[in-house]
Design a binder for this molecule. Structure first.
Ligand code: GLU
Length: 309
């Protein structure tokens, strides 16, 4: 029987002298003000046991990890119709790249690069005012985490709204290819706000449990998505969840994962646990440097991997 408590404690302990490594996502001014010397791990098993270490209860900007939740919502709204608008292939490009989008006529490679998530936000927006769509996303995340205190960090949302020029370009570019049905500023309002949701590792690991449990929330017993949809979202996380570092993450960790430039990573060990790690310093691909190292050690020590031991 794996002793998860000592594994989580040892991973934290073995990396603690590296806390502060990496570079903050200073292209979003508000994220440049975060204290880089923070590191948290939370692991929630499918039978609801929590193992955590470090700053596991400190809320941080989940950024692109929110794209897992908006993808889940968009698939619930239009099902496989989503794949007419967004692909399912790794991009091999930076998260905010525009080059591929021109070559592929406004259809983003996958729902986790910025362009893809903006198209997904457009789907979630259908039939709503932007405020309602943002409310629906936050409510969905609260329900998954079983925690009504989860909220948007409005300073981060404002900071990105004021400086997200590349995302404005991506959105308008897609609109020119008729792959956006709403005004770019409305879609980006939804996108910037869901990226600015603040959560702790503990809350995030709890929210990801449905992906570790065949689409059901194992604690409430409620169904979030079908087992096949959960499996497919995990597949997308594995192939596309770390941008142009996705191959390396699969090689080192071997679990589906989604990172965000706030320094968080959500990883899923199917039928075992949902794991969230956070440390704000990023590597050259925009993925948490210490968070990636923590998941690599954790996967080694638990023996968890979708590829076998
Ligand atoms: N809100 C960020 C952006 O659009 C998300 C990027 C990320 O977390 O990877 O640039």
């Amino acid at each position: 029987m794996t002793d998860l408590k000592s594994i989580v404690d040892s991973v934290y302990h073995d990396l603690s002298d590296r806390i502060g490594e990496g570079k903050l996502a200073d292209y979003i001014p508000e994220l440049a003000t975060v204290d880089p010397k923070q590191f948290g791990i939370a692991l929630v098993t499918t039978d609801g046991k929590l193992y955590s270490a470090g700053d596991a209860e400190t809320a941080f900007s989940i950024q692109s990890i929110s794209k897992v939740f908006t993808l889940t919502l968009a698939l619930g709204k239009i099902g496989d119709g989503l794949w007419k608008r967004v692909g399912r292939e790794p991009s091999g490009n930076a998260f905010n790249s525009i080059v591929q989008l021109e070559q592929e006529k406004g259809k983003p490679r996958n729902p986790f690069i910025n362009a893809g998530a903006i198209a997904v936000a457009d789907v979630v927006l259908a039939g709503h005012a932007p405020k309602e769509a943002i409310g629906e996303i936050v409510q969905f995340i609260r329900q998954l985490a079983d925690d009504d205190t989860i909220a948007i960090d409005h300073n981060v949302a404002r900071s990105e709204t004021n400086t997200g020029y590349r995302n404005v370009a991506l959105a308008n570019f897609m609109r020119s290819f008729s792959n956006l049905n709403h005004p770019a500023e409305h879609v980006l309002g939804v996108y910037f706000h869901h990226c600015a949701v603040a959560m702790s590792c503990h809350q995030l690991a709890h929210a990801g449990l449905y992906l570790a449990s065949g689409g059901r929330n194992p604690l409430s017993g409620g169904s979030v998505v079908s087992p096949s949809r959960a499996r497919r979202i995990n597949a997308l996380m594995l192939m596309c969840g770390h941008y142009d570092g996705s191959g390396d993450f699969a090689y080192r960790v071997g679990l589906p994962g989604k990172s965000g430039v706030g320094g968080g990573i959500l990883a899923i060990a199917p039928d075992k646990a949902s794991i969230a790690v956070w440390s704000p310093g990023l590597n050259e691909n925009g993925n948490s440097q210490l968070g990636s190292a923590a998941l690599e050690l954790l996967a080694q020590r638990t023996g968890w991997s979708v590829f076998g031991q």
